[in-house]
Design a protein around this ligand. Structure first.
Ligand SMILES: [Zn+2]
Ligand SMILES: [Zn+2]
Length: 272
């Protein structure tokens, strides 16, 4: 059976509290041999580390999500440095910029309110990049409605810090710019959606070796689970469509995506 990694799952999400052991067991039975548990704040960072300590095939990605930036401490670097000393921390994140839900999109707020909101995200992203550069870690990057600013922030760190633009949903021109900075992308279950042709087109353009697969559990369940809680076992549905789009066997996709993830997450930290 071809094996895959789920390179982005929020197993610390409250949606998994009641049945996490079963979720992990189903992932293993489906051939998911590594799961990267991605945090969104310090509490979930610690939870992801606990899970990684409990399970040999789970790893932690520690950091603070840009959408929650307002709640982050002014300087996250000491906490990141402290957490990242743990040998099962595989990367920092998820970090980046998300301008989609900016204050001015809600009633009672103006565009003036967007300025400090964006500024805090930029500062937090920059702190992740600084710590990643210092420790030789990669960064899991979340980007929505902020491509130019995200690339501008990453550029001074390019070729020192590798990013993965997770849940990649931009076009082929954006893809080339990401790859040009030495970063890579990863694709979610959106790839399987009927209206996901734009994503399939970008997958077709992405060389094997420059992308990974993820579920972003509990979000974005692939067809035929769309609308349900997503879990790592569902990754195989995304892999099937990716193999079809790439015109390769599941075995070849397995080998390429696992090797890419080993290089991205573990090269500086753990023997693979
Ligand atoms: Zn994200
Ligand atoms: Zn995520």
């Amino acid at each position: 059976m071809p094996v895959f990694y789920d390179t982005h799952a929020h197993l610390s999400d409250p949606g998994f509290v009641s049945d996490l052991p079963e979720v992990i067991a189903r992932a293993r039975a489906a051939g998911i041999t590594r799961i990267f548990c991605v945090a969104t704040d310090l509490t979930s960072s610690k939870r992801c580390l606990e899970l990684a300590e409990e399970h040999a095939d789970l790893y932690a990605v520690v950091g603070w999500h840009p959408s929650d930036a307002a709640d982050a401490p002014a300087d996250l670097r000491p906490a990141l440095l402290d957490l990242a000393r743990h040998p099962k921390v595989a990367a920092l994140g998820e970090t980046g910029l998300d301008y989609y839900r900016r204050p001015s999109t809600r009633s009672g707020f103006s565009e003036a309110d967007d300025i400090p909101y964006k500024q805090k995200q930029v500062e937090l992203f920059h702190q992740h990049l600084e710590v990643a550069a210092e420790l030789g870690l990669s960064c899991v990057i979340h980007q929505r409605d902020a491509l130019e600013e995200t690339l501008a922030q990453l550029e001074p760190f390019a070729h020192r810090v590798r990013g993965v633009f997770h849940c990649f949903a931009n076009d082929a021109a954006a893809l080339r710019r990401v790859l040009g900075l030495g970063s890579i992308v990863s694709f979610t279950g959106i790839l399987t959606f009927k209206n996901g042709q734009n994503i399939r087109d970008v997958v077709a353009e992405t060389p094997l070796g420059q992308f990974m697969l993820e579920t972003d559990s509990p979000y974005l369940a692939p067809i035929p689970y769309r609308g349900q809680r997503c879990e790592p076992a569902h990754l195989i549905e995304t892999a099937r469509v990716a193999a079809e789009v790439k015109g390769c066997s599941l075995e070849a996709l397995s080998a390429a995506t696992c090797r890419t993830a080993d290089g991205f997450f573990l090269q500086n930290r753990l023997p693979t």
